[in-house]
Design a protein around this ligand. Structure first.
Ligand SMILES: C[S@@+](CC[C@H](N)C(=O)[O-])C[C@H]1O[C@@H](n2cnc3c(N)ncnc32)[C@H](O)[C@@H]1O
Length: 343
């Protein structure tokens, strides 16, 4: 913690995110170095935290994710706009020193659930202030993204949850409080980087890259359910929330990859990939966990679809299952399918 400026710093991986592949980075980097030549542009079209493309900062980066909260984080880390780091650090420092309590959207809907009432007040105040600064032209788009991403990282650190926002823990003391970190970002990224917030099956028709990395959800858990509260704060449309978990309406955020349509979506996606290499991450959980954990696309379909596009190699690494429950699933393997696309 910087004593004068009142904030810690954060790296891209300092976020709890299901299916985040940061631990596989070396494995992925090694395979790319060994088997993929002359890469200038890398697209990560299910980018989540963006931890994988962060290893390829010397290339042109394209990111995409269905969740706006991830899109803003990706813009913060990889966006092509210049940001004023000193100015952002000053704002973050001021936010961290803000102590005035107010009632707002966050206190009205979430007090003493995922966060204490005081932290809800502070989250609501900060998010509204970021929006007003953006609307009045005091901060640019990537600067807004950096501030919202910082708020997301800070919320994630103190949220009263067991890894996801399907429920909060009852009867606890809120002993950790909101402290926004400064993201360890460069002032400038490659001017040709692009970040999108679309369905991967749509965006893939409009981009071209040397390598497209594909890391979709594997099972029936929708990320919009798991991260509804971060999505709500990122969007800041202040909608009504429903049910015991206080979720916003997510009907436009459902992913086909979590449903029985996963194979059809995957086939359509691969057909439209415009790349020399496709690198596909998928685990081997087709029949091994409980029904919610079972992978949606069978190995037969993965091979059939990828082989229709090019020559396929498979690599695997033992990896801790990212089940949110207590089950300790044995034999979980994270596999990488590398398809060298036929010209
Ligand atoms: C397994 S996670 C990716 C994790 C990422 N590789 C990382 O290291 O953080 C899958 C991501 O795909 C996103 N997603 C799900 N369906 C999508 C779709 N149809 N189009 C784009 N993104 C989607 C989810 O929001 C989630 O962030």
């Amino acid at each position: 913690m910087n004593s004068e400026q009142h904030f810690p710093s954060a790296e891209i991986q300092n976020r709890r995110y299901l299916g985040n592949k940061f631990k596989l980075l070396n494995f992925i980097r090694e395979i790319v170095q060994l088997y993929c030549s002359s890469l200038e542009t890398i697209a990560d079209i299910f980018s989540g935290t963006g931890s994988i493309v962060s290893a390829f900062a010397d290339k042109i980066i394209i990111t995409n994710d269905l969740l706006y909260s991830n899109y803003l984080c990706n813009v913060a880390w990889f966006g092509n706009e210049h940001v004023r780091l000193d100015f952002l650090m000053k704002l973050i420092s001021e936010y961290n020193q803000h102590e005035m309590f107010e009632e707002n959207y966050m206190t009205e809907n979430f007090a003493e659930t995922y966060f204490s009432k005081t932290d809800c007040s502070k989250i609501g105040f900060i998010r509204e202030d970021i929006e007003q600064k953006f609307l009045s032209g005091q901060i640019l788009q990537r600067e807004k993204a950096v501030l919202v991403a910082s708020l997301i990282y800070a919320m994630d650190k103190i949220a009263n949850i067991c890894g996801h926002y399907d429920a909060w823990r009852r009867g606890v003391n809120f002993d950790r409080h909101l402290v926004l970190p400064m993201l360890n970002i460069p002032e400038e990224n490659n001017k040709n980087n692009r970040c999108f917030n679309e369905n991967a099956n749509d965006i893939v028709k409009h981009i071209e890259a040397d390598l497209i990395y594909i890391d979709p959800p594997y099972n029936s858990r929708q990320y919009s359910d798991t991260y509804h509260l971060l999505e709500n704060v990122a969007r800041w449309e202040k909608p009504p929330v429903y049910g015991v978990a206080l979720k916003l309406d997510r009907k436009n955020l459902k992913s086909d990859y979590c449903t029985i349509n996963a194979t059809i979506a995957f086939e359509d996606l691969i057909q439209h990939c415009n790349a020399r290499y496709i690198l596909f991450s998928y685990n081997n959980m087709t029949q091994k966990g409980n029904p919610r954990s079972n992978a949606r696309i069978s190995d037969e379909d993965i091979f059939r679809v990828l082989e229709s596009k090019g020559d396929v190699k498979i690599f695997s690494e033992r990896y801790k299952a990212f089940s949110t429950g207590k089950s300790n699933i044995c034999g979980n393997e994270e596999r990488l399918f590398l398809c060298e696309v036929r010209s």
